[in-house]
Design a binder for this molecule. Structure first.
Ligand SMILES: *Cc1c(COP(=O)(O)O)cnc(C)c1O
Length: 387
Protein backbone atom coordinates (compact mmCIF):
# COMPACT_ATOMS: atom_id res chain seq x y z
CA UNK A 1 0.00 0.00 0.00
CA UNK A 2 1.32 3.43 -0.87
CA UNK A 3 1.22 5.12 2.50
CA UNK A 4 2.24 8.51 1.10
CA UNK A 5 -1.08 8.92 -0.65
CA UNK A 6 -3.38 7.82 2.11
CA UNK A 7 -5.16 10.17 4.45
CA UNK A 8 -4.68 10.00 8.21
CA UNK A 9 -7.79 7.93 8.97
CA UNK A 10 -6.73 5.32 6.41
CA UNK A 11 -3.13 5.22 7.62
CA UNK A 12 -4.37 4.79 11.20
CA UNK A 13 -5.98 1.51 10.19
CA UNK A 14 -3.61 0.19 7.53
CA UNK A 15 -0.10 1.67 7.85
CA UNK A 16 2.46 -0.93 8.89
CA UNK A 17 -0.14 -3.68 8.83
CA UNK A 18 -0.73 -6.23 6.09
CA UNK A 19 -2.80 -9.40 6.43
CA UNK A 20 -0.55 -12.29 7.50
CA UNK A 21 1.02 -13.85 4.37
CA UNK A 22 0.61 -17.42 5.50
CA UNK A 23 -2.87 -17.40 7.04
CA UNK A 24 -4.51 -14.21 5.80
CA UNK A 25 -5.14 -13.20 9.42
CA UNK A 26 -6.26 -9.58 9.26
CA UNK A 27 -4.76 -8.42 12.54
CA UNK A 28 -1.05 -8.42 13.30
CA UNK A 29 -0.49 -11.54 15.43
CA UNK A 30 0.98 -11.26 18.92
CA UNK A 31 4.41 -12.76 18.22
CA UNK A 32 4.96 -14.11 21.72
CA UNK A 33 8.51 -15.35 21.35
CA UNK A 34 11.90 -14.21 22.51
CA UNK A 35 14.09 -15.82 19.83
CA UNK A 36 14.04 -16.82 16.14
CA UNK A 37 15.52 -19.65 14.11
CA UNK A 38 18.64 -18.88 12.07
CA UNK A 39 19.36 -20.90 8.90
CA UNK A 40 23.12 -20.55 9.49
CA UNK A 41 24.98 -18.55 12.15
CA UNK A 42 24.05 -14.90 11.62
CA UNK A 43 21.58 -15.68 8.83
CA UNK A 44 18.08 -14.75 9.89
CA UNK A 45 14.89 -13.07 8.72
CA UNK A 46 15.81 -9.76 10.35
CA UNK A 47 14.54 -11.03 13.68
CA UNK A 48 16.99 -12.71 16.06
CA UNK A 49 15.96 -11.64 19.57
CA UNK A 50 12.82 -9.79 20.69
CA UNK A 51 14.51 -7.05 22.71
CA UNK A 52 16.19 -6.00 19.46
CA UNK A 53 13.13 -6.44 17.23
CA UNK A 54 9.79 -8.23 17.31
CA UNK A 55 7.30 -8.38 14.39
CA UNK A 56 4.32 -7.10 16.43
CA UNK A 57 6.46 -4.19 17.58
CA UNK A 58 7.69 -3.52 14.02
CA UNK A 59 4.10 -3.12 12.80
CA UNK A 60 3.36 -0.71 15.64
CA UNK A 61 6.56 1.27 15.01
CA UNK A 62 5.74 1.58 11.30
CA UNK A 63 2.17 2.59 12.09
CA UNK A 64 3.26 5.32 14.54
CA UNK A 65 5.89 6.66 12.11
CA UNK A 66 3.22 6.90 9.39
CA UNK A 67 0.84 8.75 11.73
CA UNK A 68 3.48 11.32 12.68
CA UNK A 69 4.52 11.70 9.03
CA UNK A 70 8.02 10.47 9.97
CA UNK A 71 10.27 7.76 8.57
CA UNK A 72 11.28 5.91 11.72
CA UNK A 73 9.32 4.78 14.78
CA UNK A 74 10.59 3.14 17.97
CA UNK A 75 8.34 1.73 20.69
CA UNK A 76 9.17 1.57 24.40
CA UNK A 77 7.71 -0.03 27.52
CA UNK A 78 6.54 3.38 28.81
CA UNK A 79 6.53 7.05 27.89
CA UNK A 80 9.35 7.48 30.42
CA UNK A 81 11.31 4.71 28.67
CA UNK A 82 11.05 6.75 25.47
CA UNK A 83 12.00 10.02 27.20
CA UNK A 84 14.95 8.31 28.92
CA UNK A 85 16.21 7.22 25.51
CA UNK A 86 16.26 10.81 24.23
CA UNK A 87 18.34 11.78 27.27
CA UNK A 88 20.67 8.81 26.55
CA UNK A 89 21.68 10.69 23.37
CA UNK A 90 23.38 13.33 25.57
CA UNK A 91 26.79 13.29 27.27
CA UNK A 92 28.07 14.66 30.60
CA UNK A 93 28.41 18.45 30.32
CA UNK A 94 25.59 18.80 27.81
CA UNK A 95 22.82 21.29 28.55
CA UNK A 96 19.05 21.06 28.00
CA UNK A 97 16.46 23.84 27.84
CA UNK A 98 12.92 22.79 28.70
CA UNK A 99 9.60 24.11 29.98
CA UNK A 100 8.96 25.09 33.60
CA UNK A 101 5.70 23.11 33.44
CA UNK A 102 6.90 19.82 31.90
CA UNK A 103 5.30 16.53 32.91
CA UNK A 104 6.31 15.64 36.50
CA UNK A 105 8.03 12.40 35.49
CA UNK A 106 10.08 14.29 32.91
CA UNK A 107 11.09 16.90 35.50
CA UNK A 108 12.02 14.06 37.89
CA UNK A 109 14.21 12.08 35.47
CA UNK A 110 15.98 15.29 34.47
CA UNK A 111 16.68 16.62 37.97
CA UNK A 112 16.94 13.43 40.02
CA UNK A 113 18.55 11.04 37.52
CA UNK A 114 20.45 12.93 34.82
CA UNK A 115 21.73 15.89 36.87
CA UNK A 116 23.64 13.16 38.76
CA UNK A 117 25.27 12.26 35.44
CA UNK A 118 26.33 15.89 34.94
CA UNK A 119 23.72 16.89 32.41
CA UNK A 120 22.45 20.41 33.05
CA UNK A 121 18.86 21.60 32.72
CA UNK A 122 17.20 25.00 32.56
CA UNK A 123 13.44 25.11 33.15
CA UNK A 124 11.97 28.23 31.55
CA UNK A 125 8.63 29.54 30.27
CA UNK A 126 8.98 28.22 26.71
CA UNK A 127 6.16 30.48 25.49
CA UNK A 128 8.61 33.34 26.16
CA UNK A 129 11.11 33.01 23.31
CA UNK A 130 13.44 35.64 24.77
CA UNK A 131 13.70 33.56 27.93
CA UNK A 132 14.49 30.50 25.80
CA UNK A 133 17.19 32.38 23.88
CA UNK A 134 18.69 33.64 27.12
CA UNK A 135 18.90 30.09 28.44
CA UNK A 136 20.61 28.70 25.32
CA UNK A 137 24.35 28.07 25.57
CA UNK A 138 27.09 26.60 23.45
CA UNK A 139 26.65 23.29 25.31
CA UNK A 140 22.89 23.19 24.70
CA UNK A 141 22.16 19.98 22.80
CA UNK A 142 18.41 19.64 23.33
CA UNK A 143 15.29 21.77 23.59
CA UNK A 144 12.50 19.65 25.09
CA UNK A 145 8.93 20.91 24.64
CA UNK A 146 5.41 19.77 25.45
CA UNK A 147 2.36 21.31 23.86
CA UNK A 148 -0.31 21.79 25.05
CA UNK A 149 1.16 21.65 28.56
CA UNK A 150 -0.17 20.13 31.72
CA UNK A 151 -2.36 21.30 33.42
CA UNK A 152 -2.63 24.95 32.26
CA UNK A 153 -2.83 24.06 28.57
CA UNK A 154 -0.16 26.51 27.45
CA UNK A 155 0.62 26.23 23.76
CA UNK A 156 4.27 26.20 22.64
CA UNK A 157 5.24 27.37 19.18
CA UNK A 158 6.98 24.28 17.74
CA UNK A 159 8.29 26.02 14.60
CA UNK A 160 9.79 28.95 16.53
CA UNK A 161 11.35 26.74 19.22
CA UNK A 162 12.80 24.33 16.61
CA UNK A 163 14.33 27.31 14.87
CA UNK A 164 15.97 28.56 18.06
CA UNK A 165 17.25 25.03 18.83
CA UNK A 166 18.73 24.68 15.35
CA UNK A 167 20.51 28.04 15.57
CA UNK A 168 22.49 26.43 18.40
CA UNK A 169 22.88 23.06 16.61
CA UNK A 170 20.63 21.55 19.26
CA UNK A 171 17.85 19.04 18.69
CA UNK A 172 14.23 19.97 19.29
CA UNK A 173 12.12 17.16 20.76
CA UNK A 174 8.36 17.50 21.26
CA UNK A 175 6.27 15.42 23.65
CA UNK A 176 3.09 15.09 21.57
CA UNK A 177 1.11 13.02 24.11
CA UNK A 178 -1.65 15.61 24.73
CA UNK A 179 -2.33 16.48 21.09
CA UNK A 180 -1.66 13.13 19.32
CA UNK A 181 -0.57 13.08 15.65
CA UNK A 182 -4.23 13.35 14.61
CA UNK A 183 -4.24 16.96 15.84
CA UNK A 184 -0.58 18.00 15.59
CA UNK A 185 2.49 16.63 13.76
CA UNK A 186 5.62 18.28 15.23
CA UNK A 187 7.98 17.00 12.48
CA UNK A 188 6.00 19.12 10.00
CA UNK A 189 6.86 22.18 12.10
CA UNK A 190 10.60 21.45 12.20
CA UNK A 191 11.00 19.26 15.30
CA UNK A 192 13.64 16.50 15.16
CA UNK A 193 12.08 13.97 17.52
CA UNK A 194 8.47 13.31 18.57
CA UNK A 195 7.92 11.53 21.89
CA UNK A 196 4.77 9.84 23.13
CA UNK A 197 3.27 8.23 26.13
CA UNK A 198 1.19 5.66 24.23
CA UNK A 199 -0.47 4.99 27.58
CA UNK A 200 -2.76 7.96 26.90
CA UNK A 201 -4.73 8.70 23.69
CA UNK A 202 -2.89 6.36 21.30
CA UNK A 203 -3.65 3.31 23.44
CA UNK A 204 -6.85 5.09 24.33
CA UNK A 205 -8.45 2.60 26.71
CA UNK A 206 -6.50 2.98 29.98
CA UNK A 207 -5.35 -0.64 29.70
CA UNK A 208 -1.61 -0.44 28.95
CA UNK A 209 1.61 1.51 29.56
CA UNK A 210 3.91 2.18 26.57
CA UNK A 211 5.87 4.91 24.80
CA UNK A 212 7.35 5.84 21.42
CA UNK A 213 9.79 8.05 19.53
CA UNK A 214 9.50 9.06 15.88
CA UNK A 215 12.10 10.83 13.72
CA UNK A 216 12.85 11.58 10.09
CA UNK A 217 16.61 11.26 10.43
CA UNK A 218 18.27 7.89 9.75
CA UNK A 219 21.37 8.61 11.87
CA UNK A 220 19.28 9.79 14.80
CA UNK A 221 17.06 6.72 14.49
CA UNK A 222 20.10 4.46 14.49
CA UNK A 223 21.36 6.06 17.71
CA UNK A 224 17.88 5.80 19.25
CA UNK A 225 17.75 2.13 18.18
CA UNK A 226 21.14 1.49 19.78
CA UNK A 227 19.91 2.79 23.15
CA UNK A 228 16.50 1.13 22.75
CA UNK A 229 18.29 -2.23 22.45
CA UNK A 230 21.06 -1.50 24.95
CA UNK A 231 18.85 -0.15 27.73
CA UNK A 232 16.05 -2.58 26.95
CA UNK A 233 12.90 -0.64 27.92
CA UNK A 234 11.00 -2.37 25.12
CA UNK A 235 7.26 -3.16 25.14
CA UNK A 236 5.77 -6.64 25.17
CA UNK A 237 4.19 -7.90 21.92
CA UNK A 238 0.84 -7.96 23.74
CA UNK A 239 1.07 -4.25 24.61
CA UNK A 240 2.12 -3.48 21.01
CA UNK A 241 -0.99 -5.34 19.83
CA UNK A 242 -3.17 -3.30 22.19
CA UNK A 243 -1.73 0.01 20.95
CA UNK A 244 -2.28 -1.08 17.32
CA UNK A 245 -5.88 -1.79 18.28
CA UNK A 246 -6.09 1.72 19.75
CA UNK A 247 -4.54 3.64 16.86
CA UNK A 248 -7.14 2.28 14.41
CA UNK A 249 -9.90 4.27 16.13
CA UNK A 250 -7.79 7.30 17.11
CA UNK A 251 -9.44 9.71 14.62
CA UNK A 252 -13.04 8.94 15.64
CA UNK A 253 -12.16 8.95 19.32
CA UNK A 254 -10.28 12.25 19.04
CA UNK A 255 -13.13 13.89 17.14
CA UNK A 256 -15.48 13.09 20.03
CA UNK A 257 -12.91 14.03 22.71
CA UNK A 258 -12.50 17.43 21.02
CA UNK A 259 -16.23 17.99 20.54
CA UNK A 260 -17.04 17.11 24.16
CA UNK A 261 -14.16 19.15 25.57
CA UNK A 262 -15.12 22.21 23.51
CA UNK A 263 -18.72 22.04 24.69
CA UNK A 264 -17.76 21.47 28.33
CA UNK A 265 -15.21 24.30 28.20
CA UNK A 266 -17.88 26.72 26.96
CA UNK A 267 -20.36 25.53 29.57
CA UNK A 268 -17.80 25.87 32.38
CA UNK A 269 -16.82 29.32 31.09
CA UNK A 270 -20.41 30.48 31.74
CA UNK A 271 -20.69 28.72 35.12
CA UNK A 272 -21.25 30.93 38.18
CA UNK A 273 -18.73 28.99 40.32
CA UNK A 274 -15.96 28.84 37.71
CA UNK A 275 -13.32 31.58 37.82
CA UNK A 276 -11.30 30.55 34.77
CA UNK A 277 -11.21 27.86 32.10
CA UNK A 278 -7.97 26.78 30.43
CA UNK A 279 -8.77 25.31 27.00
CA UNK A 280 -6.93 26.31 23.78
CA UNK A 281 -10.20 26.10 21.85
CA UNK A 282 -11.68 29.05 23.75
CA UNK A 283 -11.13 32.42 22.14
CA UNK A 284 -10.19 33.76 25.57
CA UNK A 285 -7.17 31.40 25.65
CA UNK A 286 -3.95 33.43 25.52
CA UNK A 287 -2.61 31.41 22.58
CA UNK A 288 -5.84 30.51 20.80
CA UNK A 289 -4.53 31.78 17.43
CA UNK A 290 -1.27 29.83 17.67
CA UNK A 291 -3.22 26.71 18.69
CA UNK A 292 -5.56 27.15 15.72
CA UNK A 293 -2.55 27.41 13.41
CA UNK A 294 -0.49 24.58 14.83
CA UNK A 295 -3.25 22.10 15.69
CA UNK A 296 -6.12 20.67 13.64
CA UNK A 297 -8.39 20.78 16.69
CA UNK A 298 -7.92 21.60 20.38
CA UNK A 299 -7.91 18.22 22.11
CA UNK A 300 -9.73 16.60 25.01
CA UNK A 301 -7.86 18.06 27.98
CA UNK A 302 -9.04 21.11 29.92
CA UNK A 303 -8.57 22.67 33.34
CA UNK A 304 -10.78 25.04 35.30
CA UNK A 305 -10.49 27.00 38.49
CA UNK A 306 -13.41 26.87 40.89
CA UNK A 307 -14.43 29.70 43.14
CA UNK A 308 -13.56 27.43 46.10
CA UNK A 309 -10.97 26.38 48.69
CA UNK A 310 -8.59 23.43 48.33
CA UNK A 311 -10.89 21.29 50.51
CA UNK A 312 -14.04 22.31 48.61
CA UNK A 313 -12.42 21.53 45.27
CA UNK A 314 -11.33 18.16 46.73
CA UNK A 315 -14.96 17.49 47.66
CA UNK A 316 -16.14 18.40 44.16
CA UNK A 317 -13.74 15.96 42.43
CA UNK A 318 -14.66 13.29 45.02
CA UNK A 319 -18.39 13.70 44.30
CA UNK A 320 -18.46 13.01 40.56
CA UNK A 321 -20.02 9.76 39.32
CA UNK A 322 -19.42 9.74 35.56
CA UNK A 323 -15.98 11.36 35.82
CA UNK A 324 -13.64 9.02 37.71
CA UNK A 325 -11.24 10.61 40.21
CA UNK A 326 -7.88 9.41 38.86
CA UNK A 327 -4.52 10.50 37.48
CA UNK A 328 -3.62 9.81 33.84
CA UNK A 329 -5.64 10.80 30.77
CA UNK A 330 -6.54 10.00 27.21
CA UNK A 331 -8.85 7.02 27.67
CA UNK A 332 -12.43 6.79 26.40
CA UNK A 333 -13.69 7.39 29.96
CA UNK A 334 -13.68 10.84 31.56
CA UNK A 335 -11.22 11.38 34.40
CA UNK A 336 -10.98 14.26 36.85
CA UNK A 337 -8.24 15.28 39.26
CA UNK A 338 -7.00 18.13 41.44
CA UNK A 339 -3.38 18.97 40.47
CA UNK A 340 -2.53 20.75 43.77
CA UNK A 341 -3.49 17.64 45.74
CA UNK A 342 -2.51 14.95 43.22
CA UNK A 343 -0.36 15.18 40.07
CA UNK A 344 1.44 18.38 41.10
CA UNK A 345 1.39 18.01 44.91
CA UNK A 346 5.18 17.52 44.99
CA UNK A 347 5.73 21.15 43.86
CA UNK A 348 6.04 23.51 46.89
CA UNK A 349 2.83 25.57 47.33
CA UNK A 350 4.50 28.94 46.70
CA UNK A 351 6.02 27.76 43.42
CA UNK A 352 2.74 26.16 42.47
CA UNK A 353 0.72 29.33 43.08
CA UNK A 354 3.28 31.46 41.20
CA UNK A 355 2.90 29.16 38.20
CA UNK A 356 -0.90 29.52 38.27
CA UNK A 357 -1.47 26.04 39.73
CA UNK A 358 -3.90 27.22 42.38
CA UNK A 359 -5.58 25.03 45.02
CA UNK A 360 -9.05 25.04 43.39
CA UNK A 361 -7.71 24.15 39.94
CA UNK A 362 -9.31 21.01 38.50
CA UNK A 363 -8.06 19.09 35.47
CA UNK A 364 -10.33 16.96 33.31
CA UNK A 365 -9.55 14.39 30.67
CA UNK A 366 -12.83 14.64 28.80
CA UNK A 367 -13.94 11.23 27.57
CA UNK A 368 -16.31 10.18 24.83
CA UNK A 369 -19.45 9.65 26.92
CA UNK A 370 -22.55 11.75 26.10
CA UNK A 371 -21.65 15.36 26.82
CA UNK A 372 -24.98 16.07 28.59
CA UNK A 373 -24.16 13.33 31.13
CA UNK A 374 -20.74 14.92 31.68
CA UNK A 375 -22.28 18.37 32.24
CA UNK A 376 -24.95 16.99 34.59
CA UNK A 377 -22.28 15.12 36.55
CA UNK A 378 -20.11 18.21 37.04
CA UNK A 379 -23.17 20.31 37.87
CA UNK A 380 -24.36 17.96 40.63
CA UNK A 381 -20.79 17.66 42.03
CA UNK A 382 -20.33 21.45 42.12
CA UNK A 383 -23.83 22.03 43.56
CA UNK A 384 -23.31 19.43 46.27
CA UNK A 385 -20.38 21.45 47.64
CA UNK A 386 -20.84 25.09 46.67
CA UNK A 387 -24.59 25.72 47.05
C1 LIG B 1 2.00 10.20 30.99
C2 LIG B 1 2.93 11.13 30.34
C3 LIG B 1 4.29 10.82 30.20
C4 LIG B 1 4.90 9.55 30.77
O1 LIG B 1 4.42 8.41 30.13
P1 LIG B 1 4.26 6.97 30.84
O2 LIG B 1 3.65 6.13 29.78
O3 LIG B 1 3.38 7.17 32.05
O4 LIG B 1 5.65 6.53 31.22
C5 LIG B 1 5.10 11.72 29.54
N1 LIG B 1 4.62 12.88 29.05
C6 LIG B 1 3.32 13.22 29.17
C7 LIG B 1 2.85 14.52 28.61
C8 LIG B 1 2.44 12.36 29.83
O5 LIG B 1 1.15 12.73 29.96
Amino acid sequence: MSEDHERFETRAIHAGQEPDEETGALMTPIYANSTYEQSAPGEHTGYEYSRTANPTRTDLEDNLAALEGGEYGRAFSSGMGAINTVLNLLKAGDHVVTGDDVYGGTHRIMTQVYEEYDLEFDFVDTTDHDAVREAMREETELVWVETPTNPLMRVNDIAALSEIAHEYDALCAVDNTFATPYLQRPLEHGADIVAHSLTKYLGGHSDLVAGALVTDDADLDERIGFYQNSVGATPSPFDCFLVLRGTKSLPVRMDRHCENARELAQWLDDHEHVEHVYYPGLESHRQHDLAAEQMDDFGGMLSFELDATLAEASDVVSNTHVFTLAESLGGVESLIEQPAAMTHAAIPQEEREAAGLTDPLIRASVGIEHVEDLKADLQQAIESVLE
